[in-house]
Design a protein around this ligand. Sequence first.
Ligand code: AMP
Length: 583
Amino acid sequence: MDFAEIPKPKPAQMAVRPNLVGYERLRRSFQWEDLYKELDWLPGGSLNMAHECIDRHANGQRRDQAALLWEGRNGEQEQYTFDQLKEESNRFANVLKGLGIKKGDRVFLFLERIPELYIALFGVLKVGAIAGPLFSAFGPDPVRDRLNNSGTVLLVTSPDLRRRIAQVLPQTPALKHIIVVNKSGRDSQPLVGGDLSYEGLMRQASPQFEIERTTMYDYSVMHYTSGTTGAPKGAVHRHQAIVQQYATGKWVLDLHPTDLYWCTADPGWVTGTSYGMFAPWSNGVTQLIYEGGFSPSRWYELIQRYKVTVWYSAPTAIRMLMKAGKELPGRYDLSSLRHINSVGEPLNPEAVVWGMKVFKQAIHDNWWQTETGAILIANYPWMPVRPGSMGRPIPGIQAGILDDDYNELPPGKDGHLAIRPGWPSMFHAYWQAPERYNSRFLKGWYITGDRARVDADGYFWFVGRTDDVINTAGHLVGPFEVESALIEHPAVAEAGVIGIPDPIAMEVVKAFVALKDGYQPTEELRRDISRFVRQKLAAAVAPREIEFIATMPKTRSGKIMRRLLKARELGLPEGDTSTLEED
Ligand code: AMP
């Protein structure tokens, strides 16, 4: 079914004049340097994201404006002005400095979405260290692997999460300090021997701090992302990324000073930092941070109570809202919402149409990835929306569709989605993996790993991924990480992991398992393996289904043929099986 284009709104229908009006004109004349003057900078040409997001506002007219409105999972509420965030992050920067943390050190954050996560992250940036936020849903193995790969020296966590990973902490030799945040005194026994108390350290710390004079090329944040082979890799970003996060906050999210913005993403995922911290705060906008998880009625209620105006969420959440029915939103006053955005997976055209009915406006899909650091392709408030399309490249970005020899294809043809390198928020390394980094650049393009096509008017349409990475509810899952966890179970000889289609989460993880001799494929064993992996990884990443098979299809060189597992699972043609190992 074809979905009709949704025309751009009439000026009278718009609550505010959009920031980006002349897209074509701006694209033609735009240079990134044009935006540099909109940043504040530090003396001597230094650039630090914490200054651009927090201190510049605290030192200016927004000093007493709320930066962060927090709603805890138990209904607790807190509010921080830009000035308070400045002081708190200064205190944390002093804490870090007192512990000997210096420029370039890795400091990881394993916390729920509480204000202290945000304060700590900006404190890390202020000392010039590299911040690595981790998903609070992670089990011990992913945390250990990421701490070790990055050589993290200091971890900030909470009593609960610390207990969850206690067994692997002795296996993290570089880690020198653990700071434990006992939010609102929630835990009666927060500290284990050797741990430091966040609250205790912060009480002693000065609220004055001179920000490290980082340059735009110094590293700021790293996020781990999954690939087809090998362990997840740490994509490293630089302070310079703030230029583009600021710009896309303006053009795509259309942030205005009067907005109340809500991004539902966790900072363990790049959307939760780039658009849950850097874009809104570099634009001086107040944002809501909700610690709790997904709940349709709760979410609608939050939009109503906080009068959210701009909302950034993900297709899985939107599909779950659709599933909860049309009645439910009718019970809330959602009229404050003026601009809705989505990222992470393809947004079904049906969802865009549903948005028109329920919210009286289009949901604006946009595309980017951990490596790109900021939005690259988007639908804008002041442009017709083609339901199912990711939109058009932002000013300053040249995107192309390439054939298998990496030559550009004309409109209408499917191929590799690629970007001309050099945009400000482009990742600068995979941590200590230069070959993997270099392999992403070919013939003058950055190869995204996605397939897409572009239409004659320059709108991009997502087709799929070129690799085996699974996208479940917007989380990229590398099959290798799940397979590695599975084969640690004593009964498992081999494991192959694929994504299978799911109406809500887009894909869910399915594992095929071959057992060691002497083990029987019983229901009890299946449950045991499932429990084992969930405990090691995270519920979202662990296989939803486990199927026992007698032998694993492999290439002659011993690689598991996930493509074949998938074809068999979905009843698709098996394709070329010439490299399949015969029994
Ligand atoms: P991540 O690096 O975890 O943010 O995941 C990035 C990947 O998510 C992309 O390479 C795509 O495969 C997928 N993705 C992100 N946004 C979209 C979108 N708007 N439409 C389709 N896929 C998307």
